[in-house]
Design a protein around this ligand. Structure first.
Ligand code: C2E
Ligand code: MG
Ligand code: MG
Length: 816
């Protein structure tokens, strides 16, 4: 050790030793970094980096040696053999390359240590070949033990250096490895130098072709520095490139996680696109690179990318299969790979568009039938009227065309809803829409205005009669549909027609007039159409007003009941009363039920009114001392209500009236509308113990089969047959036949409208059981019959009513 120490301290210029150590340190640090880089490199550029690392490190070792040799001052002339010097450099580079190659083959201890040892061998080979190139005017003797120690130290430290740097690459590892490698080189060098003993010998001449040590050292140092600078630059460029690639990959990863399509553009050229964008266009994302925005969008987008910066804009994307996808674009400027680019987010808005269309459809179309709704109808009618006005003002002399407005309303649609439920009602409306739509031509509009109301706009009508033909076709189509329907159709329609400009010149009046015509169609038999006539207006208005007032009348207590006696003809004994409704209108006075009952039936108000009559009549009858019967008229609408029998039951319970005292009067026409349902309802009320009478017999179908099929308890011959029955032979024959029918079926017969003694006598002679009419007693408030009812005293079957209805009607009648 002392030899080595003496060698360094006494035989070396320490400043040059420091320089050698510095160069050695730099090249070792560079070697450590390059080694880490080789470990991370792909196969393709691994060899290139291995060569760069081996060259720079090999040169570094070589330069270190020669600068250190320059620091060595043996005190006698010396020089270097150029060939051996070159060989030492080659050995240094090649063995370093071999060592690095082995060490980076696998990330395992063995490979690291063996590779390091080979590199150490390279240092040793370089040193001792370099020493062989050293010519001095003297004799060199070697201390072989120190040579051995230098080899061992160099190889061991180099092996450790490579293990440290490759085991877990990091900056501290690179520093530690650089220190170890520097130590390996320096230790080997200086122990190696300590092993040398030079004995001056002037007889030994330095050969002619040698290089001076100073030139050799500086040349080596300069070459090494250049190589180091180049290696460092390459490393820097590679690291930068790698960082960029990582950045791009990270951006790709991030972009691919996005649901929206993303494209990065350099001007209008696409440089990158994410997977979502690939999916949207139907191509691989990579295939979009290099394409122009024009290839995907309309040229507005490509020419004005700046225009969509921060400002969303809708556009159409052309996918690979040619479909056009509505998208929303928004762009932002970004720094991509160190240059300004634009990133464009492409949002698929197909779902949104669909929702918008649906909202638009709902705003303008009726969801049930798919027809235009009231709003669309109204704007279309306005537009058509405006267009006709324009044409008329442009050509004042020419006889203008007409526009027809047809309003269509289903007859008794409410009954369908009540009887069969809303599902059946909806199906009916759809059927009507298809029937009416089927007969219309291009340019004509069918709309559903709401409920069971439809409208047809027929512009450019050549003559007003054409509107009637369209209405007739619609009705015919519905009749046809009814015929085809299983179980027979139930609903017909009425149509009102108003013509522009003959009937009205503005939308409101035109609709109002068509409505008036519609009401006329309804009152004149339904399943028909009517044109508006000026005279219709007032009448229709009246009916409309009455409908409105009827809805309020029950609440306002404007109804009351009058009672008409029904008597046994043979004895004159009181049998019961028929309850007849009266409407005391605040302005019109008493309104006949013959007038308002049909209106109430049409508007549906009859349900509420009928309930009121039933309750009021039952409560009244329950108060009588004489257990007389009470006959209550029941309308077809009530009869077909599935809840009717329950209502009767409830009313009986509430009033305490014995069921056998209640008689429901039903006309034949009410039955035939829906026989099975009518039969079911009648059976239910009969099961309660309530009696049922056929009212107005003879005016309707007068069908024997109906009489037999339905469980009637009484037949009421209509008043029209009783009038002058005693004097008119024909009428007498009919009445006799009906009486015979009653006897045959075992049903008592009541004669309505008995006005004279003669009629009564005839009936008595023909054994008609019961009579009702002005002769036997006019309809009057119940107070007029107190002696017959025994009012005030309670009948045994009439317990105290739990709740007494406010007798508004009774008070009104009294005060009247
Ligand atoms: P209806 O059930 O056949 O009632 C008998 C009608 O004949 C009553 O007319 C009654 O006042 C009238 N009448 C009675 N005796 C005579 C007579 O000797 N000569 C003449 N000319 N007429 C007589 P009203 O009260 O005007 O009722 C007319 C129709 O209105 C009723 O005919 C019935 O169908 C209906 N109606 C009356 N009240 C109600 C009710 O509470 N509910 C329902 N649904 N309909 C009712
Ligand atoms: Mg009646
Ligand atoms: Mg009657």
């Amino acid at each position: 050790m002392l030899t080595v120490y003496n060698c360094i301290v006494n035989q070396h210029d320490l400043r040059l030793v420091a320089l050698a150590a510095l160069i050695c340190g730099i090249s070792c640090f560079s070697a450590a970094n390059l080694l880490q880089h080789i470990g991370r490199s792909t196969d393709r550029n691994r060899l290139a980096w291995l060569m760069i690392a081996a060259t720079s490190t090999g040169f570094g070792i070589w330069a270190t040696h020669f600068i250190a040799m320059l620091a060595f001052t043996p005190g006698i002339p010396s020089a270097y053999d150029p060939e051996l010097s070159a060989l030492s450099l080659a050995a240094s580079v090649m063995l370093t390359a071999a060592g690095m190659w082995i060490a980076t083959l696998r990330n395992e201890l063995d490979y690291h240590l063996v590779g390091g040892a080979v590199l150490g061998g390279g240092i040793a080979a370089m040193h001792y070949i370099g020493m062989a190139a050293f010519e001095v005017q003297g004799r060199i003797e070697w201390n072989l033990m120190l040579v051995g120690v230098s080899l061992l130290a160099g190889v061991t430290l180099a092996a450790l250096a490579l293990r440290v740097v490759l085991r877990r690459p990091s900056f501290p590892a690179a520093c530690a490895s650089a220190v170890l490698l520097t130590l390996a080189i320096c230790t080997l060098h200086f122990i190696g130098m300590g092993a040398v003993a030079i004995f001056p010998d002037s007889s030994i001449a330095i050969s002619e072709y040698t290089i001076a040590p100073t030139s050799q050292a500086f040349a080596a140092a300069a070459a090494t520095l250049v190589i180091l600078v180049l290696a460092a630059s390459a490393l820097w460029i590679d690291l930068r490139f790698r960082r960029q690639r990582l950045e791009v990959e990270r951006m790709h990863g991030l972009a691919n996680a996005a649901v929206e399509g993303l494209i990065v553009c350099d001007g209008s050229r696409i440089v990158s696109a994410n997977d979502s964008m690939g999916k949207l266009t139907g191509t691989a994302a990579a295939a979009l690179n290099g394409k122009d925005l024009d290839d995907l969008f309309d040229e507005r987008v490509a020419s004005d990318v700046a225009g969509i910066e921060g400002q969303p804009r809708e556009a159409e994307l052309r996918s690979r299969d040619g479909t056009r996808i509505p998208v929303e674009l928004i762009a932002r400027g970004i720094d991509y790979c160190g240059r300004p680019h634009n990133v464009i987010a492409v949002r698929d808005i197909r779902e949104r568009k669909k929702a918008e269309e649906e909202i638009l459809r709902l705003a303008h179309f009726d969801p049930l039938t798919g027809l235009a709704n009231r709003r669309s109808f109204s704007s279309r009618l306005d537009a058509e009227i405006a267009s006709m006005k324009r044409v008329a003002s442009a050509e004042p002399g020419v006889r203008g065309r007409h526009l027809a407005l047809l309003l269509l309303d289903l007859d008794r649609f409410k009954e369908v809803n009540d009887l069969y439920g809303h599902g059946a009602g909806d199906a009916m409306l759809q059927k009507v829409a298809s029937c009416a739509g089927g007969v219309l031509r291009h340019g004509q509009l069918l709309a559903r205005l709401g409920g069971d109301e439809f409208a047809i706009i027929v512009p450019n009508l050549p003559d007003p009669q054409a509107a009637g033909r369209i209405a007739a076709s619609v009705l015919a189509a519905m009749r046809e549909e009814n015929r085809a329907a299983v179980g027979g159709g139930l609903v017909s329609a009425s149509i009102g027609i108003a013509i522009y400009p003959l009937d009205a010149e503005d939308q409101t009046s035109l609709i109002s007039h068509a409505d008036t015509a519609l009401y006329r169609a309804k009152t004149e038999g339904r399943d028909t159409y009517r044109y508006f006539e000026a005279s219709m207006g007032a009448e229709a208005r009246d009916k409309r007003v009455m409908e409105h007032e009827l809805r309020q009348a029950v609440v306002r207590g404007e109804f009351y009941l009058v009672y008409q006696p029904q008597k046994e003809i043979s004895s004159g004994r009181m049998v019961g009363f028929e309850a007849l409704i009266r409407w005391r209108h605040p302005e019109r006075g008493d309104v006949s039920p013959a007038l308002f009952i049909p209106v109430a039936e049409d508007s549906g108000a009859i349900g509420q009114i009928g309930d009121w009559v039933l309750e009021a009549a039952c409560e009244e009858a329950a108060r009588w001392e004489n257990p007389l019967t009470i006959a209550v008229n029941v309308s077809a609408v009530q009869l077909h209500n599935p809840n009717f029998s329950r209502k009767v039951h409830e009313t009986l319970l509430k009033s305490g009236l014995a069921p056998a005292r209640l008689e429901l009067e039903i006309t034949e026409t009410a039955l035939v509308k829906d026989m099975p349902r009518a039969l079911a309802t009648l059976r239910q009320v009969k099961a309660l113990g309530v009696h049922v009478a056929m009212d107005d017999f003879g005016t309707g179908y007068s069908s024997l089969s109906n009489l037999r099929a339905f469980p009637f308890d009484k037949i009421k011959i209509d008043a029209s047959f009783i009038k002058a029955v005693d004097t008119n032979g024909q009428v007498a024959a009919i009445v006799r036949a009906v009486l015979g029918l009653g006897r045959g079926l075992g049903l008592p017969v009541l004669a309505e409208g008995v006005e004279t003694l003669g009629e009564l006598k005839f009936l008595d002679a023909e054994a008609c059981e019961i009579g009702q009419g002005y002769y036997l007693g006019k309809p009057a408030p119940i107070e007029a019959f107190d002696d017959l009812t025994g009012h005030g005293k309670r009948t045994p079957d009439a317990p105290a009513p739990r709740e007494r209805r406010p007798a508004i009607s009774r008070q009104r009648v009294r005060s009247a």
